[in-house]
Design a protein around this ligand. Structure first.
Ligand code: MLT
Ligand code: ZN
Length: 467
């Protein structure tokens, strides 16, 4: 169904809802809100609106529903799958003014928040009360909690603590026609009807606009220990991952970084606090946490004895805050560093943990076959590898021909290993063509039927997720 353009009358109606100063139409603003952190993609919206509360969002949606205008909800714009790109034009609805923590309920270990609170701000607030909200995407210093919910974000701690979905208890959502709903209850258990809360988590703004979020919290662990393990073989590093879990340890983080990623990031950050041997092909960052330091030392010893069979180059015990911070800074900056180094195409592959070595080997043989360098890093404990194909010196013609073939082959490999095409970034705009590799037509139709029942006119974040 073709959408309607925004007329001067609609513009005035939008201004009446949000106030003229919270509506942008300038070219510069349209460019700023026409991109996110996905490659270098740009789609210009016709107008950007910045409502301040649920009621205003509801009025905007009623108007857009009536006038058949597409609406792209937007958080901080840190997404990596193009979920916030207004690919059909229309309105970008930025939730940035809904930025308050509403209540920290220390009795029930819950927090109720608006969507535009920066993830790290929420984490720090919670931590100041001795509590813990574990999901920590690399972008936590700038991403919004609402965007994290919309994409079901993860991060390094997911391996022990789970991803965002494991913490969302209840959501207030504005639907495509402006109706306002709560999806569940503020309870730890809920077997009452279909689980609309979990349906909304990870739906990337296609089913509704999240306006309030109730999250579960846990007590903060008192101690953590960190090992930086260098391997002569990247494939062996991947094999060591499953072996550590098999030995009965669940680390709080288990991150993998290939050599080139580390080199590029050290160069980008101008930081070589952690010198790396010439023989190192990859590193694992392994963290254990808990309340009893002796148990953690025991865990590290066990991990060390597992590592004995994997031909390690070096095991560094990072026990001071400065070393730990430098290491995490490097890890969190890999994405930015690599994008600064070369044009890229990224994939957010995930396979069962024990298949990681096969995934890594396969990626490198595909990359060799297509003459494109691949650099890999990610949440190894979850089997979640962020693959980055580097354009480097390749011509546009070569890249445009070979890169899609290499990407397709990588996703086919992932599917053959019983994995899937996104672990934590979402499908958004850039991965939707690959959905059919991991879902049958009937499975995709079921999802589309859900989309139609929430949004029959397909005005909410259209052209996302589905091929
Ligand atoms: C990360 O793990 O660093 C983030 O998911 C971003 C990325 O894919 O690089
Ligand atoms: Zn990640």
């Amino acid at each position: 169904m073709p959408y309607n353009k925004i007329t001067p009358k609609t513009l005035q109606q939008l201004k009446n809802i949000v106030g003229a100063s919270h509506l942008y139409t300038s070219h510069d603003q349209r460019i700023a809100y026409g991109k996110d952190k996905t490659e270098d993609l740009l789609f210009l919206p016709e107008v950007i609106v910045l409502p301040k509360n649920t009621a205003e969002i509801s009025q905007i949606m009623q108007l857009c529903h009536r006038e058949n205008i597409p609406v792209t909800p937007r958080g901080a714009g840190t997404g990596l799958a193009g979920g916030a790109l207004p690919v059909c034009g229309g309105i970008v609805l930025s939730v940035e003014r809904l930025n308050q923590i509403i209540e920290l309920d220390e009795e029930n270990l819950q927090i109720t928040t608006e969507p535009a609170v920066i993830t790290e701000v929420l984490q720090n607030e919670v931590q100041s009360k001795g509590l813990y909200y574990p999901p920590d995407p690399a972008s936590r210093g700038s991403s919004f909690i609402g965007g994290n919910v919309a994409t079901n974000a993860g991060g390094p701690r997911a391996v022990k603590y789970g991803v965002v979905k494991d913490y969302v208890l209840n959501l207030e959502v504005v639907l495509a026609d402006g109706s306002i709903i709560w999806t569940g209850a503020n309870t730890l258990k809920n077997s009452t009807g279909y689980n609309l809360t979990q349906l909304m988590v990870g739906s990337e703004g296609t089913l509704g606009i999240i306006t309030k979020i109730v999250l579960k919290l846990i007590p903060a662990p008192q101690h953590s220990l960190l090992l930086l393990v260098s391997f002569k073989s990247a494939v062996k590093a991947c094999a060591a991952v499953a072996a550590i879990f098999k030995a009965g340890i669940i680390p709080s983080c288990m991150e993998f970084m290939e050599r080139q990623a580390i080199d590029v990031a050290q160069n980008y950050l101008q930081d070589t606090t952690l010198p790396i041997r010439a023989t190192t092909e990859a590193q694992l960052i392994i963290e254990v946490d808990g309340n009893h330091i002796d148990t953690l030392y025991n865990d590290c010893e066990k991990i060390n004895s597992v590592l004995d069979s994997f031909d390690c180059d070096e095991v560094l015990f990072a026990d001071d805050e400065h070393t730990k911070n430098s290491l995490w800074k490097l890890r969190r900056n890999l994405n930015y560093a690599i994008k600064n180094y070369s044009a890229v195409k990224k994939a957010d592959t995930v396979v069962p943990r024990a298949s990681l070595p096969q995934l890594l080997k396969g990626i490198h043989s595909i990359s060799k076959k297509h003459g494109i360098q691949a650099v890999n890093y990610g949440h190894a404990g979850d089997g979640n590898l962020h693959v980055t194909l580097l354009k480097e010196h390749l011509t546009d013609e070569y890249w445009n021909r070979e890169m899609p073939l290499a990407m397709l082959a990588i996703f086919q490999l992932v599917a053959s290993l019983k994995g899937t095409i996104s672990g934590e970034h979402g499908i958004g705009w850039i991965q939707k063509e690959y959905l059919k590799l991991v879902f049958s037509p009937i499975e995709i139709q079921l999802m589309q039927a859900i989309k139609s029942s929430f949004d029959p006119k397909n005005i909410l974040n259209p052209s996302k997720i589905f091929p």
